[in-house]
Design a protein around this ligand. Structure first.
Ligand SMILES: [Cu+2]
Length: 124
C-alpha cells in the first residue's frame, strides 16, 4: 500500500547525536568510508555531485534498506526521483530518507543536473 515514505532527518540524528539545529556547515565525508550492507544506503551530496550513486554505475541494494541522501556540501541541492515524481530541496546538513519499491530509479538534483549531478540505482 505504502510506496513512498519520506522523512527529513537532521544530520546530527543520523550520526547518533542528540537533536541538532542542522548547522553542520559543510563537513567532509569520511575518508575510506565503506558502505555497510545493512541499514540505509546513503548518498552524500556535495557541490555538485552525488557520491555513491553515479549515472554510469550499477548500484543495487535491497528493498529493506531505505535510500538516504545527505547534503554535506555548502550549496542548496535537490533530490528528485524521476520515476516517482518525488522532489525535495535539501539544505546543507539535511538528509532525506526515501523508501522505494523494487525497480530502477534515476536521481537528479534539479539545480545542478547540467553539471551531471545525477545518478541511477536499482532496488531489488
Ligand atoms: Cu545540486
Amino acid at each position: 500500500m505504502r510506496t513512498l515514505v519520506v522523512a527529513v532527518l537532521c544530520y546530527a540524528a543520523l550520526s547518533g547525536c542528540a537533536r541538532g539545529s542542522g548547522s553542520a556547515g559543510g563537513s567532509n565525508i569520511l575518508p575510506g568510508k565503506i558502505e555497510p550492507s545493512t541499514g540505509p544506503y546513503v548518498s552524500v551530496a556535495v557541490d555538485n555531485h552525488f557520491h555513491d550513486v553515479h549515472a554510469q554505475d550499477d548500484i543495487t541494494f535491497d528493498r529493506s534498506r531505505p535510500f538516504v541522501v545527505r547534503n554535506e556540501g555548502s550549496n542548496l541541492h535537490n533530490v528528485t526521483i524521476v520515476e516517482t515524481g518525488f522532489s525535495r530541496d535539501l539544505r546543507t546538513g539535511r538528509s532525506v530518507e526515501i523508501m522505494l519499491e523494487p525497480g530502477t530509479y534515476h536521481l537528479v538534483c534539479k539545480y545542478h543536473s547540467d553539471q551531471k549531478m545525477t545518478g541511477r540505482f536499482t532496488i531489488e
